[in-house]
Ligand binder design. Structure first.
Ligand SMILES: Cc1ncc(COP(=O)(O)O)c(C=O)c1O
Length: 465
């Protein structure tokens, strides 16, 4: 018999943590030295009881747990966990299916099929596209580029899966300076190399110029090309003009990829959907579940308009895992072999929210982001650098001595130490800025008011020196 009391204990701790999230400091309070002192024990010879391990872990880790699930956490683009998604995630761990194959995880395989179809419907992606549930947008890019690499090289009779890249026709990546670093890492992982990345001129907000794209493509029409566009810039949330850019890239037989880590979710809202016009002309799309869909980590999705290329890059037969027929076999589309069944929590969240709930979540976050940026920018000594297009914005803080960068970092640090709200810093167009990202289902009107007050307080506090 399993002793399940430790599971009840964990559930009690989890519910207690979630209940305290609104009051505990959002930032971490323990130094690294303190965390090491508490957690770095010698490995015991004789095991410790499950209950004691759990008690100690909760007590010792607490000071190093960032309250990123709080409704007043606006750093990075993180999102929280919908209770229904978290509950399904607990069950996922309990069922402990190996989602590599539809034989070892048939219910998960069916749920992934359903999620793939629901997501295509919500995100406006062509229904015949293939998909995979991966760890995050990083692996979504990598999966998409592997499919693109296969497709482009196949046109030159090069079988990259068999022949590798040595001696292969070169592939280049056209993108904008504002691309997320994960694009570059996907290029590195696939052996294409960052020297193959060419930055196409973009406007002051980071949107790729259609004229510049046309010029670069026409200059070397023979080159195999991936054009990597953005739905939601990581700092400003701006969207590339897909309607203008995709037809140009298509005319030149380029593969079009879209980084929509959070921005693709704008498609769920009738108010913001227009920002994605033309996005269906792309060949691959990457997004996250652990951002705006508010699934627990980790969760990403990739979609590919050419299933044959996608499958060619990943499928692998084994005699010990013969798949069930007439059911999508996960490892034919995923980069991992053994893997977690990420479908259950996605399924739970999508079904719980429905299309109306998704639209409401997206619009609420966008409205809150505007209120935050405007509320902060209206304070003396603050200014907006980028007003939100969707849920992202930038502000900075001004110093009478002109050193606005130092002042901005100083105010961010004070807000973080205050514990009431959490924002992160970034260098944007040569200026230090405070990034504001709202994508947590939990964020409320009161959270926005409390966060604005926390910024006001940090602004008037006298510097420590
Ligand atoms: C625009 C954009 N692309 C890609 C990523 C990488 O996503 P992940 O961390 O899920 O791999 C992020 C993460 O913040 C992002 O904002």
């Amino acid at each position: 018999m399993t002793d399940n009391r430790v599971l009840q204990q964990a559930s009690d701790y989890a519910i207690d943590y979630l209940g305290k999230l609104d009051h505990r400091p959002i930032g971490t309070v323990d130094s690294l030295d303190e965390l090491r002192r508490k957690l770095d024990r010698s490995l015991p010879e004789q095991g410790v009881s499950a209950s004691e391990v759990l008690d100690d872990l909760v007590r010792d880790a607490e000071g190093g747990i960032l309250g990123s699930g709080s409704g007043r956490f606006f750093g990075w683009v993180i999102g929280g966990s919908l209770p229904v998604a978290l509950a399904a995630d607990w069950l996922t761990s309990t069922w402990d299916q190996n989602a590599a194959s539809n034989v070892t995880a048939p219910a998960e395989a069916v749920v992934e099929e359903v999620c793939g179809n629901w997501m295509k419907q919500v995100l406006g992606i062509p229904p015949a596209s293939s998909f995979a549930l991966v760890t995050g947008c990083q692996m979504a890019h990598t999966t998409a580029f592997a499919a693109a690499r296969h497709h482009l090289l196949r046109q030159r009779d090069w079988d990259v899966e068999a022949q590798g890249l040595s001696g292969a026709p070169a592939i280049r990546i056209l993108t904008s300076e504002n691309r997320h670093e994960s694009i570059l890492r996907a290029v590195r992982l696939l052996g294409i190399g960052t020297d193959a990345v060419i930055y196409v001129e973009s406007d002051t907000q980071g949107r790729m110029s259609p004229q510049a794209l046309e010029a670069v493509l026409s200059a070397e029409p023979e080159r195999l090309t991936i054009v990597s566009l953005q739905a939601g810039d990581l700092n400003t949330g701006v969207f590339d003009d897909f309607d203008a850019l995709c037809p140009i890239a298509r005319q030149h037989d380029a593969w079009i990829h879209v980084d929509g880590a959070f921005g693709l979710w704008a498609a769920a809202s009738p108010r913001f959907r227009h920002l994605l016009e033309g996005v269906e002309l792309a060949h691959s799309w990457a997004t996250d579940g652990h951002k705006w869909l508010n699934l627990p980590f980790d969760s990403g999705f990739v979609f590919v308009s050419k299933p044959a290329a996608h499958r060619a890059a990943f499928s692998q037969a084994t005699s010990y895992a013969v798949p069930l027929e007439a059911l999508r076999n996960q490892k034919d589309w995923n980069p991992e072999w053994s893997r977690r069944g990420r479908g259950f929590s996605a399924y739970a969240a999508l079904r719980h929210l429905g299309t109306e709930g998704l639209s409401d979540l997206v619009e609420r976050c966008c409205d809150f982001a505007s209120r935050l940026v405007e509320g902060i920018a209206a304070m003396e000594g603050a200014e907006a650098l980028a007003l939100p297009v969707i849920n992202q914005g930038l502000v900075r803080f001004l110093s009478p001595d002109g050193n606005h960068d130092r002042r901005t970092d100083e105010v961010i640090a004070r807000i973080q130490t205050g514990g009431e709200a959490w924002f992160g810093g970034v260098t944007w167009q040569g200026k230090r800025a405070m990034r504001i990202s709202v994508c947590n289902w939990l964020t409320s009107e009161q959270d926005i008011e409390r966060a604005v007050e926390a910024v006001r307080k940090a602004l008037v506090e006298k510097p420590a020196h």
